[in-house]
Ligand binder design. Structure first.
Ligand code: TRP
Ligand code: ZN
Length: 897
């Protein structure tokens, strides 16, 4: 970056907007050559702003200004000035109507921010700062306005014209054009504006709200995908009902629309009344979409719908407050998904994701609090910290208050701030005011980055029959934050007796925020507030095994010196499902780390038989209870999956990529070899030829079967290759086809070589016209851990189906390789790093947001050995030496190097 350093925006410099926009009238004349946007803004000076005659500074990206007038009078060129990012009017009255006319070229917009073309249709993405690429505006979320939008376009090419709110008028005009006017009765910030024009088909349904209003629901797509919309519609109706039941939130407009677009930088966008979705988050059909895909559609449809209250009706004052809407809405969608399926499995998947993606971010150069203090490019702060850790912070409030008081808090929050743009602090204050609690210390979660560490030790006093837990909390330094204040967090614990039952908990401790006891389950939620704290339980008749941090009650790392026998005990008996899984993960981590040590010191590898025994017990359970419904197969499947390489790396001081990969593989092979017979029985027991349904029970059964298949394919045995191939050939659903194809592609066995090539070719030919399935085809190959994958991935860049214009495709190949294929990305040659840097440099001029996002893995260099550190930083330096780097890539690379 040879130019002046890009500007940093700071939270502490926030000021209220000097002007307000009461009404916004847009006329968008869409055209293949030049699109014209005519804007009329009814503006006034903000009575709350600093006094004095401030100039009016409007945001604007690459706009070609054609005309500008105030109160109907055309301005002369000396009455305003233009630079790359602003239009400044030196002298404006107290109140006025500002009219501008600009020309833009959406067909050339490759950044996918603002108005652009995805395939043949026009669409928009305005969050965070895309609206300024459409017209001059006060493009900040605390400027809220009422919108009236007229879209004009060729009628045969663009029969469907959509925007926010209700369509209030339509007509035809000369030259084969038509127009539609939309009016949104709710004030909104510009980032929630949306417009779509295309030759679209839709499905339609209806939802009757709790107050009896009937809402029209429409989901739009290009015609080829119209047969993949039913699952999204079902999910939407479930989400609408859930938000009424759980939060008392009713939908407000008479129509709710979703549009699926192929070229989209992120998952989906909550534009008022007109959500725009990446096709990957809305389309689902049994033969093209995996169970994961179905679950993702359900979760994202709900997430965007829930934003209507947590985000739209109550929005963010500024972008530092992003977690106000995102953390809260992720928490809401997590709870929704938990209610729709297996709650424990949802929870452990969310935690596994947090630990493998957010913990490394929090330990790296880009670490930031869930409410960041500063940014160069806001697009870089749509992070797992703001989203997933933000959700954990809201969840902790929920745990500390309990569901009823949490609900009183959200009721007050929505009621008090409806129609406003507010801060995370306002959210916490509403929780306090509704319940008379003090969350002052809890606010540290919003201002301090880093993952706290809890070091726990225990003492049993047999004479006094008392049991004491001592907790020391600490948090590592993060950029700009050397010293941390202690966090306030809910620490949920239970104590197991020797039969595996929960002790009834007795304590005098004033720090217990709640005690729950139902049936054989007993937990206490302890308030941790100090850097060192002790909790004593009385009437404990024998030394218990502690179950700590139940349901992962806080986003922390927990150290406790469990023996492997204690972990096996917890795996079988803990009444907390999450901790049963967690005990298994700890045992596996322990055993894998032992093998890592053996590999590093060139000792013979031996896998502790207790881990295999524990897996045997889980497998046996699933055979014994195959039919009686007493087991959750999703849980069994999850418990058989070994902790991932990313998490194992995160747990190491210096991650030895090769040893971790090899140790994990050897442990898996040992399990597969010893349990072969049982795994095959479970596999066969769970085969099914009933028609595909995405129900919890069926998804669980497929998951369990496919976990077994993956194990069965590890030892070198051709009969399993045949089994796998037969699953690939004969399945009626993509979940099973995908699992079989992955297992074939990942098989090291020579016997698999031919079947794998054949399967890949067949799969490609069959699905060549289904972009989302082709993404899978690319990504299955990109994440293959076998040697030589980088060469394959590099070759695939030149494949006729590879297309850098569609972010899904780039993510499927480049990002999947860099972020999921640990062993190949971190190859000691540095070829993986160079590959990623090349792709970032190539991508940056056309789509900076995407380029910056795929860069992430290179910034995690601190975890690796010196040679790799040097190689990774070298690539970051090389990126930084490129001329005209975007703000997006510049910020990540310069802060990481
Ligand atoms: N608000 C979107 C969400 O619900 C995030 C989003 C979608 C986004 N598209 C974007 C953010 C483009 C930045 C740029 O999570
Ligand atoms: Zn969101």
């Amino acid at each position: 970056m040879k130019e002046a350093q890009p500007k940093t925006t700071h939270l502490k410099e926030y000021e209220v907007p000097p002007f307000l926009i009461e009404e916004t009238e847009l006329r968008v004349e869409l055209d293949e050559e030049q699109t014209h946007v005519k804007t009329s803004l009814k503006m006034k000076r903000n009575p709350d702003a600093k006094k004095g005659k401030l100039p009016l500074v409007l945001d604007g990206g690459e706009l070609d200004l054609k005309e500008i007038s105030i109160d109907g009078r055309l301005l002369l060129s000396n009455e305003y000035s233009l630079d790359d990012e602003h239009l400044t009017l030196f002298d404006v009255p107290q109140q006025f109507v500002l009219e501008t006319s600009v020309a833009i070229k959406p067909q050339e917009n490759t950044s996918l921010e603002g108005l652009y073309k995805s395939g043949d249709m026009f669409c928009t993405q305005c969050e965070a700062e895309g609206f300024r690429n459409i017209t001059y505006y006060l493009d900040r979320p605390d400027v809220m306005s009422r919108y009236r939008t007229t879209i004009v376009a060729d009628k045969s090419l663009y029969p469907v014209l959509l925007s926010n709110g209700n369509d209030v008028a339509r007509g035809e005009s000369e030259g084969g054009k038509h127009w539609v006017t939309w009016e949104d009765p709710f004030k909104k910030p510009a980032y929630l504006f949306a417009l779509v024009a295309g030759d679209l088909q839709h499905i339609e349904d209806e939802f009757t709200t709790c107050s009896g209003r009937s809402i029209t629901l429409k989901i739009y797509t290009e015609p080829a995908n119209a047969n993949k919309l039913d699952h999204a519609m079902t999910s939407l109706k479930n989400a609408m009902a859930w938000d009424e039941q759980v939060y008392g939130r009713e939908y407000d407009l008479d129509i709710f629309m979703i549009v699926a677009v192929e070229s989209f930088n992120m998952g989906a966008m909550e534009n008022k009344g007109l959500n725009i979705f990446n096709t990957s988050c809305v389309l689902a059909r049994a033969d093209t979409t995996t169970d994961r895909g179905y679950q993702r559609v359900e979760g994202v449809v709900a997430h965007e719908y829930f934003h209507n209250w947590s985000g739209n009706r109550v929005t963010c004052r500024d972008w530092f407050q992003l977690s106000l809407k995102e953390g809260f809405t992720v928490f809401r969608d997590q709870r929704f998904s938990a209610d729709m399926g297996s709650a424990t499995v949802c929870r452990l998947e969310d935690v596994a994701f947090l630990r493998s993606a957010q913990f490394p971010e929090d330990a790296g150069p880009m670490a930031h609090p869930i409410r960041p203090d500063s940014y160069i490019e806001i697009n870089n702060f749509y992070t797992t910290t703001v989203y997933e850790k933000g959700a954990e912070v809201v969840r902790m409030i929920h745990t500390l208050l309990g569901p009823e008081r949490f609900r009183q808090g959200t009721d007050l929050y929505f009621d008090r701030h409806d129609g406003q743009a507010v801060t995370t602090d306002d959210f916490v204050t509403a929780m306090e005011d509704a319940n008379g609690v003090d969350l002052r210390q809890f606010r540290n979660w919003y201002s301090q980055a880093g993952t706290p560490l809890l070091n726990v030790s225990s003492e049993y006093d047999e004479d006094a029959q008392s049991y004491t837990l001592k907790v020391i909390q600490s948090c590592q330094a993060t950029p700009g934050q050397e010293h941390k204040e202690p966090f306030h967090l809910p620490f949920s614990v239970g104590l197991l007796d020797s039969a595996g039952k929960d002790f009834a908990l007795n304590t005098e401790d004033a720090h217990v925020s709640s005690m729950s006891q139902d049936g054989t389950h007993c937990s206490a939620v302890l308030n941790l507030t100090e850097s060192e704290q002790q909790f004593t339980f009385t009437d404990v008749e024998a030394r218990p095994v502690p179950s700590l941090l139940r349901n992962f009650s806080a986003p922390v790392k927990l150290e406790y010196d469990y023996s492997r026998d204690e972990l096996m005990f917890l795996m079988s008996y803990d009444s907390d499902g999450f901790n049963r899984w967690e005990a298994g993960q700890r045992l596996a981590v322990d055993v894998i780390q032992e093998v890592v040590g053996q590999i590093q010191s060139a000792q013979p590898v031996s896998v502790d038989g207790r881990l295999i025994k524990a897996c045997q017990a889980i497998v046996d359970q699933s055979i014994d209870h195959h039919q009686d419904g007493k087991i959750d197969k999703a849980m069994i499947a999850a418990m058989l999956v070994m902790p991932g390489e990313a998490y194992l790396a995160e747990l190491s001081a210096v991650a030895d990529v090769e040893a971790i990969h090899s140790a994990r593989e050897q442990v898996r092979l040992a399990i597969a070899t010893d349990l072969k017979g049982s795994l095959l029985s479970v596999y066969k027991l769970n085969l099914s030829d009933k028609p595909y349904e995405p129900t919890g029970v069926d998804i669980a059964q497929r998951a369990l079967k496919n976990v077994c298949l993956a194990y069965l394919m590890l030892p070198e045995k051709s009969e399993m290759v045949n089994l796998c191939q037969s699953q690939f050939d004969n399945s009626n659903n993509m979940t099973d086809v995908d699992a079989a194809l992955r297992a074939l592609v990942n098989a090291a066995d020579e016997k698999a070589l031919e079947p794998k090539e054949k399967a890949l070719t067949e799969f490609y030919n069959k699905w060549v016209h289904e972009p989302l399935v082709l993404d899978q085809w690319f990504s299955i190959q990109a994440v293959c851990p076998l040697p030589g994958t980088l060469e394959k991935v590099t070759a695939l860049l030149g494949h006729e189906a590879y297309d850098t214009k569609v972010p899904n495709r780039v993510r499927a190949l480049v990002a999947a390789f860099a972020s999921q294929n640990t062993i190949n990305f971190h190859h000691s040659s540095g070829d993986g790093y160079r590959f990623l840097a090349d792709q970032v440099i190539r991508m940056d001029p056309s789509n900076p947001l995407l380029a910056a996002r795929i860069l992430g893995p290179l910034s995690r260099w601190r975890k690796y050995d010196e040679a790799r550190q040097r190689l990774m930083r070298g690539e970051l330096e090389r990126i930084l030496s490129v001329d005209d780097l975007s703000k997006d890539v510049y910020e990540i690379a310069s802060k990481s190097v």
